[in-house]
Write a new protein. Structure first.
Length: 72
């Protein structure tokens, strides 16, 4: 079984922000969503929710071109 980190949300957290914080790539939300069926597919989270963050075997390569415009 893969390692999993626990992250507690703050007001305003979003799937893409959590992915960027832990993986360095805001586009890697699919694995987060799959690991957290208990969480809503909301635009923003309230504080205090537990997000399970699967640890990746290797850190993905990130380029500025892959980031959404607001994160460049």
């Amino acid at each position: 079984m893969s390692a999993v980190l626990r992250y507690t949300t703050k007001d305003g957290d979003r799937w893409d922000l959590i992915a960027h914080k832990h993986y360095g790539n805001a586009l890697l939300i699919d694995g987060l969503i799959a690991a957290n069926p208990h969480l809503p597919l909301a635009e923003e989270f309230v504080s205090g929710l537990t997000v399970f963050v699967p640890v990746l075997e290797s850190k993905p390569k990130n380029s500025q071109a892959d980031l959404p415009p607001w994160m460049r």
